[in-house]
Ligand binder design. Structure first.
Ligand SMILES: [Zn+2]
Length: 234
């Protein structure tokens, strides 16, 4: 509750002092809600306070990232959208504390190489430098449930081929391709329409794949393709 007040009524001095917010206690409808508020009760809080949309995240130390605990479906429809960071109480493991995130960009952008002000998608926490790009991204992202993007460890982000059973069984093999065009030939009046075109060789290519040495791709355009094949493959 106090974290919400600190957003709605920011204190000029000592924003961590509860006395700054006592006077606003009755501006929120907290009927029937238990505090500290459980994440599952946030929709209830939003239903009773129709100008506020909540976005709640928590630090994920395992992935060195943040996970999204709750994202209001009305995030762009309400007057106030608040991002709250849920922190664990080190002394009492069952206790949690909400903290208002004044600048989500600073919190998240540490993961980005871009040190300038950036914008954050509330659903996947990806960072964007332009409002237009973020808007375009959100159109697709917000239709899905919130998600966490986790990049692999730099040491483990190597792909290796393991399906050796799908390898070609031969030590080397030859692949070739031919292309041709159809050219109209002058027709005699009595000639059938089907025979009015000639097929003319245009280009050929071949590739010799070999286990022992690197293969080279060869493309050539000559009408003497038979001769080129013979010469090159000898
Ligand atoms: Zn997104």
């Amino acid at each position: 509750m106090w974290s919400i007040f600190s957003c709605l009524y920011p204190a000029r001095h000592n924003p961590d002092r509860l006395q700054n917010y006592d006077q606003y206690e009755k501006t929120l409808n907290l009927d029937g809600l238990e505090f500290p508020l459980a994440v599952k009760d946030i929709p209830k809080f939003e239903a009773q306070n129709p100008t506020i949309a909540i976005h709640c995240i928590a630090a994920d130390s395992k992935n060195k990232s943040f996970s999204i605990l709750y994202l209001s479906p009305r995030v762009h429809q309400r007057d106030h959208t608040l991002t709250l960071l849920l922190l664990d109480d080190e002394r009492r493991s069952k206790n949690h504390h909400y903290v208002f995130v004044k600048n989500l960009s600073s919190l998240i952008a540490d993961r980005s190489k871009n040190k300038h002000r950036s914008l954050v998608c509330l659903s996947c926490l990806q960072v964007f430098s332009s409002k237009q790009v973020l808007k375009k991204h959100e159109r697709c992202c917000l239709v899905h449930s919130s998600q966490q993007v986790v990049f692999p460890d730099p040491e483990q982000r190597k792909l290796s081929f393991e399906s050796h059973r799908y390898e070609h069984p031969f030590d080397f093999y030859f692949v070739s391709d031919f292309e041709s065009i159809l050219i109209k030939k002058p027709r005699r009046i009595d000639e059938c329409h089907q025979h009015s075109r000639n097929c003319r060789f245009l280009s050929a290519s071949y590739d010799v794949a070999c286990r022992i040495s690197d293969c080279t791709y060869n493309l050539f355009r000559t009408e003497c393709y038979r001769k080129v094949f013979r010469t090159n493959l000898q």
